[in-house]
Structure formats: C-alpha cells, structure tokens
Design a protein around this ligand. Structure first.
Ligand code: ADP
Ligand code: MG
Length: 427
C-alpha cells in the first residue's frame, strides 16, 4: 500500500530520534506525491532542505530501503505547504450512536447533540472536561460526523491542540504566520481536543486567542475538550479562562457501575461476542475509572478466547487480566462482599441483584450494601447499581437499617463484625 509509506517511514524515524528532533525536521514535511516506486516530500524552503539532506538523508534512505526495498526512492521538493485539509475523515467508530449514555456523561452528551444539531447557535463554545479515557475525543468526533452528515456545506475541523502548537511553531519558523491565520478563517466548526496543552505556552495562547476570537465573532462553532476545568489549566491566561466559560462548561465523570456494565455489553457486542454475566460483572467492578481500559479488557478477553478456542469464563478473565486486577486496591472488592454474604445466607448472587423483595433476599442484600458502604470507596449510586439497579436512597436506607439492628441485637452485631473481619483478611 503506497499510501502508507510516509506513515510507516515516519513511525520508523520516530523510533530512532528524540521527539523534539523528529518534530523539528520531519513535522514540516508534506507529501507531494506517492507511487509504487517513489515518495516525494515537500520541504518549506531551500535552506531547510539542504540541512535536512545533509544530516538525515542517510537515515531516511536506510529506513526506506528496509520498508520498501532498495528500488524505492524518496525525493524532496521545495514549496509552500498546503493548509491541512479541513475534511479529513473522522473516526467512524466514534459516533453518537456508539456512545453509551449514563449519569456520568449525560449532560456532556446532550450538549454535544445540541451543538451538532445547531452549530454556532446552541452553546458556544462548548467546553467538555474530564479524566483520561472518559469519552471526550469520542464526543468531539461524534459532533464532527453528525455535522458533516446533516450540514454538509459546513467546514468542520478536528484539531488536537498539539497539532495547533506544532503548526504554529513551524509557521513562525518559516515566516508564515499570515498563512497560518488565514487557514483557520474558512472553518465553520472547530473541534479542539486537549486544550490543557495550551497551559504554560504564552505564544501559543496568544495565537489561539486570536483564532478563537475570529471564529467566535463570525458566529462559528467552537468545541473544546480538556482534562480539567478552564480555571484548573496551569498558567492559562485569565482572558482565555473567561472566554472558555462563555458558553457551556460541562464535566464528564467516571461512569457508575451500571453504565460500565452497559458499555461492556456494547463493546463486546461490537466485537461479535456476548460476555457472560459474571465475566461482565467482574470487569465492571475492577476497571472503574477509565473506559479505554474497560474496552482494552474486553478486547483482550475476547481476543484470547477466540484465538485459543476457549470459552469466556470468569477464571479465564481473571488469568488474562491479572495485571489489571492485582493493582493495589487496599480494600475488599464487591466480589469479596458478595462471596461472604452469599456463603453465609445461602442465597445466590443473582438473587441479590434481582428485584426480589422477600425477606430471605432483602436482608442479605441490605447487609451487602451496608458492607460495601463501610469498606469500599464506591459511591451510594454505584453500590445501588451493583445490587440490581437500586437508587442511592435505597442504599442509605439499608445502611441505616443495618446500623440500627446491630445496635439493638447483639448477635446481629457479632455477625456483621465477623463479615468485616473476613473481608479485612481477604485483601
Ligand atoms: P478521552 O478523550 O476522554 O481520553 P476517548 O474519547 O478517547 O477518551 O475514549 C476512550 C475510549 O473509550 C474510546 O474508544 C471511546 O470510544 C470509549 N468510550 C468512552 N466513553 C464511551 C461511552 N460513553 N460509550 C462508549 N464508548 C466510550
Ligand atoms: Mg482524548
């Protein structure tokens, strides 16, 4: 595939050079043409090209010979770099339809939908923030997809902040700041990912401020993502912080247990499999702060089971994901709690998670909720989710009730103490 020679060549060179150096020399190059025999790269000016040839030519030739064989050649030309096309494709996986909505991301999702439906006229800018792997990039791409589809005349650009920074540095280096500014003027919807990388970068902020204002004043839609709220971004100028807050600022939080289960089911289905309930529960419980990791766990388990022809069981998952599961937790898991409670009361896990309200089930369930509240860091909501989708008030009620009973009934108090003792030893 000749179309990927440049990508593969870059990957190869990236391995042999420090990132800074790689960016400096290979970042400013653009592909002029590619065929089966030859790759032509455009350098921004003659002086740059001379140094590049002198220092890096042997390395480039070696890498290309390795990748494509000795008859393939790389040539350089000199000329103005074309502006990055505004219509690069978006990740097809990252659509609204594949995004699982739960309490933790509902507002962000709704806002993203509103922006996609009426670009420039609902929230501007829309600022989404939250931890790593919680779906910010997914939502940005989803907005892009959706606008391309239903407002096909609009120019939509997805821009990782690092790319903005690199393009800007190069435009300064090669005296092209005017062209740099110009290329953002024609954009109708700008989706800027990871703006926390603007922190500590004075000159970039200056330029970004300019771009932001130009677009904003022309009624263009701006969507920003960040790993923290505007005011928590280190050394972000006050005027930027205040502009970022002009529209809507909304947080994506880590998903609760039920959402994690829904995501697991969705992801395994997308991969053509259904996870058995106990395996899904095991994963949802252990991987609780990062959806990318949750996805990685699904991929690993399904991939292995498929390749080895084994069926997917909790044991297999435990074995494969030992590294994920053995991360220091310092607290007993929900699984440990279920184990001691079901063993003592002689009930099944599925009973505890069912809607049944008979006393024989309700009491063990309440004990389970109580123990989870006392010795894990899960929220009331998560605990409720774990015990069959009950809300936080049900958990609070259970905690109160078990507290009261153990005050009044000495034997019950001892039973609870025994559970706690077993669980402390379990870790
Ligand atoms: P971030 O940009 O916040 O670090 P990403 O958008 O890259 O996170 O998400 C990480 C992975 O998790 C992606 O593969 C994404 O599709 C998936 N993901 C995140 N949130 C959801 C969700 N609510 N539903 C389905 N998949 C999700
Ligand atoms: Mg991201």
């Amino acid at each position: 595939m000749s179309a990927s020679v440049w990508h593969r060549l870059q990957a190869r060179l990236q391995k042999s050079l420090p990132p800074e150096e790689f960016r400096t020399w290979f970042g400013p190059l653009a592909v002029e043409s590619e065929s089966d025999r030859r790759l032509v790269l455009r350098a921004p000016n003659q002086r740059f090209l001379s140094s590049l040839e002198e220092v890096y030519r042997p390395m480039v030739d070696r890498a290309v010979a390795d990748l494509q064989g000795a008859s393939f050649e790389v040539l350089f030309s000199v000329g103005e770099a074309q502006p990055a096309a505004a219509d690069e494709p978006f990740e097809t996986r990252y659509q609204f339809e594949t995004f699982v909505v739960g309490n933790s991301n509902q507002l962000a999702y709704a806002a993203a939908r509103a922006v996609a439906a009426r670009p420039g006229r609902s929230y501007n800018p829309l600022f989404l923030y939250g931890g790593v792997g919680l779906g910010k990039t997914h939502l940005l791409h989803a907005i892009g997809h959706s606008i391309r589809h239903s407002h096909s005349k609009l120019q939509v650009k997805y821009l990782p902040t690092e790319q903005f920074v690199n393009e800007l540095i190069n435009s300064i280096r090669f005296d092209r700041t005017a062209a740099f500014r110009e290329r953002y003027r024609s954009i109708d919807v700008l989706l800027v990912d990871d703006v926390q990388f603007l922190g500590n970068k004075e000159r970039t902020q200056e330029e970004f401020f300019h771009t932001f204002n130009t677009l904003y004043n022309a009624g263009k839609q701006i969507v920003l993502s960040s790993d923290s709220s505007p005011k928590e971004i280190p050394k972000l100028q006050e005027r930027m912080v205040s502009r970022f807050k002009w529209g809507l600022v909304t947080e994506i939080e880590p998903p609760c247990y039920e959402t994690r289960m829904a995501i697991l089911k969705r992801k395994s289905k997308e991969r053509g499999h259904e996870l058995p309930e106990d395996v899904a529960r095991l994963l949802a419980e252990h991987v609780d702060t990062n959806i990318r990791e949750l996805e990685g766990a699904v991929t690993r388990v399904i991939g292995y089971a498929t390749l080895s022809g084994q069926s997917i069981t909790a044991d297999l998952a435990r074995r494969l994901l030992r590294d994920v599961f053995s991360s220091p937790r310092g607290q007993p898991s929900m699984e440990d709690i279920l184990r001691v409670v079901t063993a003592h009361f002689g009930v099944k896990v599925t009973d505890l998670q069912s809607k049944k309200r008979t006393n024989a089930i309700a009491l063990p369930r309440q004990v389970g909720m109580y123990l989870a509240r006392k010795i894990t860091r899960h929220s009331l909501e998560e605990i409720g989710g774990f015990f069959g989708g009950r809300d936080h008030s049900t958990v609070l009620y259970a905690v109160d009730k078990i507290d009261r009973e153990s005050r009044q009934d000495e034997r019950f108090r001892e039973l609870i103490a025994t559970f706690l003792g077993q669980l402390q030893r379990a870790t």
